[in-house]
Design a protein around this ligand. Sequence first.
Ligand SMILES: Nc1nc2c(ncn2[C@@H]2O[C@H](COP(=O)(O)OP(=O)(O)OP(=O)(O)O)[C@@H](O)[C@H]2O)c(=O)[nH]1
Ligand SMILES: [Zn+2]
Length: 360
Amino acid sequence: MTLAPNPAERRARARSDLRMGVPVCLYRDGAAALVVAVECLSEGRFAALGAIDGAVLAITARRAETLKARAYDGDLARIELPKAATLRWAQSVADPADDLTTPMKGPFRTERGGDVTFHREAIALAKEARLLPAMLVCPLEDPERAAAQRLTCLDLATDAAPKDAAGYNEVVSARLPMVLARAGRLHVFRPDDGGEEHYAVEIGQPDRTEPVLARLHSACFTGDLLGSLKCDCGPQLRGALGAMGKDGAGILLYLNQEGRGIGLANKMRAYALQDLGFDTVEANHRLGFEDDERDFRIGAALLRELGFSSVRLMTNNPAKIAMMRAQGIAVTERVPLQVGKTDENAAYLATKAAKSGHLL
Ligand SMILES: Nc1nc2c(ncn2[C@@H]2O[C@H](COP(=O)(O)OP(=O)(O)OP(=O)(O)O)[C@@H](O)[C@H]2O)c(=O)[nH]1
Ligand SMILES: [Zn+2]
């Protein structure tokens, strides 16, 4: 057998490289490009890469809208680098932190026509790496040069973003008595694509042939652990565990998709924007993200691994129900989970109801 990394493993390496500010080489059909995440760029690498003829900043159409830059490529825009472009300029294109204090960043010239495969893939990699979706993309005449510098190289014919969700393997499970549910067991699942681990908390011994009381909870460090008043996550987590403890059976999936899938750093960037008056959805858009970047297929995959095919789902989010059903998990009942409303999170919950279809 070959010991070489497979496509998923190469992609995992690429994500790590991007988080360190190391460029990654993308190639396909004889063409190639070096891509690097703007937020992690050093002065030295920016000077070297920005000087390459044809280098552009790839940003999402969401971010372009805020910057008033024309997005000719549908979901993304390619901003040309002005002659005097500095790293500071590139970072202010990527990061909305100073949008209001220094609004005059443009006007921006954006490219039109031509192939955007590398740009789109670069944005996808940035999101997978939980980085701001703003990438410096530089055409590369000779991909051999990237290999010679030991850069990670992805052949998009084989290593493009996979359409199917990762496979999950249970690493271990052990008994975990909890205040709210004594008969607990924690299962740890590891994906086969080098991505995040996710957890399942099983309460009691639920019958696999009956619909199980289930909760799909997304990680919220601020709400779950710190008791933040900005959201309802902590009370929902404890409310779900409490209900399962009382029932004597249930399954709580704890998915490590912090900040609706944008990561904690970006969620805190969103919180900083919320302090300037933007709501939770607007803040995501200004950062360049969609409202919700989570992949709920993971929840269905874990349920299947655990032997469940039917749930009574504790949620107020119809998208979770639709996704479960689309993934072949029967949702026999929606169990509302309305706890933890405070003065501080009332506007947040109202925005979720108005813009994201949450049920009140
Ligand atoms: N980007 C972003 N994420 C947030 C914000 N507030 C909370 N979150 C995240 O939102 C997610 C909330 O997860 P859930 O409670 O599972 O999801 P939900 O869509 O509200 O659905 P239900 O609670 O099931 O009704 C967590 O990952 C939080 O970290 C915010 O203002 N911005
Ligand atoms: Zn929260």
